[in-house]
Design a protein around this ligand. Sequence first.
Ligand code: LMR
Length: 397
Amino acid sequence: MLEHLQALPTDPVLGLAAEARADSNPEKVDLTLGVYMDEDGLCPVFAAVREAQQALVAEEQTKVYMPPAGDEAYNTGMRRLLLGGDSRVLAEGRVSTVQTPGGCGALRLGSEVVRAASPGARVWVSDPTWPVHIPLLGSVGLEFATYRYYDPASHDVDFDAMTADLKKARPGDVVLLHGCCHNPCGADLSLAQWAEIARMADLQGFTPMVDIAYQGLGDGLENDAAGLRLLVERLPEVIIAASSSKNMGLYRERTGAVLFVCEDASHAANSTGHALAAARRCYSMPPAHGALIGGRILADTRLESAWRAELEGMCTRINGLRVSLRSALESATGRDYAFIEREKGMFSFLGLSAEQAQRLRREHSVYMLDSSRINVAGVNAGNVEYLAASVAAVLGD
Ligand code: LMR
């Protein structure tokens, strides 16, 4: 039977990351996968995570299954982190939460619930979006429509085009939005633009689904959630897919949550019921380790402030890298790269063609996606000049 399978192309992100790993050139620069790297090129474990993990290992009494909805301390902490401690919808009990295997699990459960509630729903995705969004949400049988988002000429959000396209979203449709640090382009909506999206959702009756995987890595934990909080404040219904991979560095522990903000508590409970049924069909119970660590951090004021400080340090460093990358690229190429400083989070497009991105890999061991998406957090003081010179070389001939 299995001989009938055709070989599939490699994953657009993971395939290139593997190629980069296999390159033995000591000058190689790997800007493929969205993970935070320190100055030594290592993806570090947060000190707060290490401390919570040590306590967890010392105190753990059992490896019995987690409850289907996951760790309550983690879910409570995530609700507060995403919606704010003083959130009205939290006080009104209109939010339900399921802990998931990473942000991908949250997107999957969220779309399973959408499919159950609105089988004909179209999911509106930004052009461009994270390449995995479409296969992931599509795997539950949802259909897609695209809204224009990023203008490569201005390196900014084309908001007029976005809203022109979203005028066609119908009641029962879902509009997938990146909460902050847009993946892949780094261009985010302003608060006024979030307000306009909220107005349109209210008028047209579509439901926003916010994928927020980089909270804290753009403008800080609170600012990065401001757009999402505005939607939640103004609309009866928002679905949120959140991840602790990046902002707690829990990548391999697969730790995330899906939140259903609903018109009333009974809708929220029913949404969770459908999410749990979908989880049971896919993987039964959620993984424990990452969520138990995250839950301990978020339930402990001292550990939480240590974690917040460390995350703030990462955010400041990424924004500093954006400044040095802009300056190195401008000196090496004589072109304008101000947009790199304006954009947020781990990603930006360098504005290169696929052929130029491939030449960078082949001739310079500089790895980025064919779209020229780079992981800014893979840049460091030791590789920024080489990166800029390599880009100048492929632009020059
Ligand atoms: C990325 O876009 O590089 C990250 O979100 C990692 C992934 O799974 O693709």
